[in-house]
Design a protein around this ligand. Sequence first.
Ligand code: PMP
Length: 461
Amino acid sequence: MANDMLTNAQMRDIEALLHPYTNAATHRQVGAHLIERGHGCHVWDDSGKRYIEGMAGLWCASLGFGDEELIEAAREQLGKLPYYHLFGGRTHEPAIELAEKIKELYPQPMARVFYCSSGSEANDTQVKLIWYMMNALGKPQKKKIISRRKAYHGVTLVAASMTGLPLNHGSFDLPFDFVKHTTTPHYWREARDGETEEQFSARLAADLDTLIEAEGPDTVAAFISEPVMGAGGVIVPPKGYFEAIAPVLRKHDVLWIDDEVICGFGRTGNWFGAETLNMQPTSASMAKQLTGSYVPLSAVAINQQMADVIEAESARHPALGHGFTYGGHPLGCAVGVKAIEIYQKRDILRHVRQIAPVFQARLRQYADHPLVGEARGVGLMGALELSPDRKSAATFKAPGKVGARLMSELLKHGVILRAIGDSLAFCPPMIITEDGVEEIFAPMEAALDATYSWAKAEGHM
Ligand code: PMP
């Protein structure tokens, strides 16, 4: 039975839509939250209430809403060439220009860019190109992919397999067997008593080494990592982590996929998270902030070795048997070129580096609140992980309830944030000002206190 307090739009929504990442039964009771418009870092719902977007949508609306230059770039491209594809050797200027920009900005040398529409498609493409390459190299057994528990790489079958979250596996018959998961680099939660960050990092690198040895190095093709785990709860790797991982991958001749879908294009204060976290990938996936998310577009950048093998292999096939109708859509590419131009001319990276210390300091003010286990983050992304006991990094008996309560408390105060289990995630548009940061945090103390009282009364603590 639907709730009779629902609006007409909510009733229509319930009957017409199946919502992603939504509990369908609860949704029928509470109804959808209808967002009508956005401007800058704010959005308005159908009741006229204004919210500050503390998550940039889904970690993606980097330039906020209503950026006239992005809108104009889209309008212009729509008028000139609203659609074309890159199959069979066709091309268009925005696709070339954007690929050149990506190659120029990525911290490791990359040779070619392959376009898709979503982060998931980009990560599936990574695996397909790597398998194609391994077959070409006469190593058909070298196909396994190693990811990490709590990683998020998307929801298509292979990307969801690489994702390391139970929600994406249960009832979907995933993960596929060729995907293996290793330890999450979360020092606060996973480190042993007395272990330093460096010792913890060395232990995780040893875990990876043991896993590769156990699987057989000649069966392991690649390791995939986000620089900072996003949807797994904004987990910033500890000191020395990627520095310890790199030699293990080299030793076993394992490729390294960098998933920059969240971190790419300034989020951590550098163009790419690989730079901030000192990774040495062989290929990279990017999406979201690539276009400020005004238009869907994703990209896979591959290094010279991969590009050379793929080119040499074309002697054996009529064509590369992979590609999406919308991959390299001219609208996405034109808006991507404009987004990068804006990042450069408005010096958005410098702005991120200036505002990040303010944001991170504000976040850490809540580290001692009795409901908070850990306050963490880097650049303009962060999380408050809630815990009934900070010292033991304990989790709640009923996971997710306290986090959801805090999120809805903040929503009442006009702040949109996202609870990932019991971690409250923050990822505001990169154009956020100090006043905007203040607006996000203004109701935090009161919301934490109210949630804490509720959690105690409900027996969660
Ligand atoms: N990789 C990462 C790191 C992501 O955060 C996401 C989406 N949040 C994806 C891949 C998947 O992207 P999409 O939802 O566009 O398929």
